[in-house]
Design a protein around this ligand. Sequence first.
Ligand SMILES: Nc1ncnc2c1ncn2[C@@H]1O[C@H](COP(=O)(O)OP(=O)(O)OP(=O)(O)O)[C@@H](O)[C@H]1O
Length: 676
Amino acid sequence: MLLTLRSSALIPLRTFGRVPRLNVRLFSNTPMPSVKMHKHWMLSEENNKPASEVSITEEVRIEDPEVVETPDVEKYGIDELRKTGYFSETLLQALYKAQFRQFTPVQQKAMVPMLQEPNGLVVRAKTGTGKTLAFTIPALQEAINAKPTPTDDFVHKGKITTLVIVPTRDLAFQIEIEINKITKHLPVDEQHRTRVQVISPGAEMLMGNRFYSQKSIVVATPGKLIEFFRKNGSYLLDRMYDLRYRIYDEGDRLLDVSFKDQLDEIDVYLREARRDDSVPLKSVLFSATIDRTVDEFAKRQISPDYKFIDCVDKDDVDSHENIHQILVNCNDTRDGYHSAFSYILENLKRPGFKAILFLPTIAACDWFHEMLLNARGQRLYDEALVHGKYRSDFLILHGKKTQPYRTRVVKKFRKLSHGVLVCTDVAARGLDFNDVSDVIQTAASSEINNYVHKIGRTARAGKTGVAVAFIPRSQSKFIDALKHEKNIKFAEIIDSSDIEKVPNVFEKTRTDKMIEDKAFASFLAYGSQVGGVYRLNKNNIVTEVVDFYRLVAGSETAKMPLGNYMRKFMNLPRHLNDAYFDYYSSSGSNSDYGHSNSRYGHKEGGYRGNKEGGYGGNREGGYRGNREGGYRGNREGGNRGNSEGRYRVNREGGYKGNREGGYEGGYKGKDSGDGN
Ligand SMILES: Nc1ncnc2c1ncn2[C@@H]1O[C@H](COP(=O)(O)OP(=O)(O)OP(=O)(O)O)[C@@H](O)[C@H]1O
């Protein structure tokens, strides 16, 4: 029997902007997740700490930058901001109209130093605590201050005052939206001076003097920015001669090897663009997680004398205390996925169930999303309630989708009050979806900090949320690493036997075989990658994946089809190769997937067949989505996806290449839409 828990735990809400400080019931309007558990849910005292107690730490954990002393007051609103004397009345009014009337600790601590400190800053604050506004308000003030005079030339009039560098384009667009919420309330001339531009493929089409003359805040991923500098350098660089701020958002992610060279190259461009009379450029780095690489980078590219603002207490953890973290110990990979799938189907009946399911690879997302769509019509959940009353939807987001598709999905998921978003690490950082109730994970994160960022998609802006990790015992070293390196404390640790499994769920929702095969091949590659990171037993991982494959394929002896290149990559003992895999040569193939047509007969009846008729029923919510972005991507990139992507990544960067992009990089190469 399943128990629906209704906790009576009272959690003091953070004083957060317009959210009043009061006690609310955890999920007062949302029933608790339905899982069978032994004990009642209570958040610990430690987790109930109000925002006002978060102070600047005395002890600096990255080398020894000077810590900035700033006010730490509970109520910090427009009046307090006005009293600092740094912000114009027009901007204060605009903030008020945009409903930003109280400011969060990171905003209190970082806004004035951003304008004041000559040497640049590194700022750490937990997920969902308002870092974006903390840097955009000073950036807007700087843009407002940069009023052109009648004698200014064209370039001078259109100068760019702030450059924001972010790891994903989705985040870039989100920052644009956040800025526009404020600027639309400014007087018209200031609206002109505070315009924001995301550097995306679309921006190139709009390129032209008039266009650029009006932008003062530019937001870009490192890859796109460099591409733009190289192609159209002067348009942008000419206007960056007097850049005041360079902001690295999700800074530690940007310092991954995949971005590092790009940041150095951007630095060279920006230095060259400056004039003798330019005002010094200030660099500011924001993130919820900071490590030593940040200090090295900050000394080199920000300033040897940069200042550090830390909004995380010295004994505190990086993850947000309003996130109720549950670890579900699973017997193996198949048990993990079965439990997670069952958890989702069971909790769909919960009003306000808005979940993000993070999966380790693009192919795994395509597969699981397809299964979710296939669950419709199988009586696995109350469809009338879920799709009728709750207007729920199942969405997918990963780096292989086109940018317009991704933007649409982000927008749609924001509007939903019920649904599931299946995604890769591309959505792990920075993306702000309101009222996400559950974050679900099924595998170790290849980058340990990403665990903190992923669970941070819930419990934002003073709200509460649940993060459930279904981790197989074979990956328990990942949990050890979370505890030791990140000091993560799970509020609940339960056994997967406590989750009631939906019988035959994989059989009932089975997808096209090719989608399945790709997903399982990617599980193997990902397993090898995280195996390297956490020193897991490779043979166990492989056995678990094959075991899971056999469950899904419905045969205890089925062999997994794998391209020959995977044989080299996996480098398994012969007895495992013989027992588990059916290798095929990928050379000379002309199928969509890079493996022999005759073996699978896909060309005629396979995927294309499905496209025409097979998936008709699913098109509305899901398959169309795939056709537009996802599958097209695969079709066009077909062989490329397989041989250049997965293999190239491994050949070029080995595990490292994968680790950097998470397995987002799996099929596409290092960046895979992330950072480009
Ligand atoms: N002062 C404020 N008043 C009201 N709402 C706010 C305020 N500051 C931020 N918010 C809202 O809080 C949410 C989270 O903010 P934001 O995305 O900037 O968090 P973050 O710290 O950058 O998170 P992450 O580390 O995940 O990137 C957003 O919806 C934002 O609009």
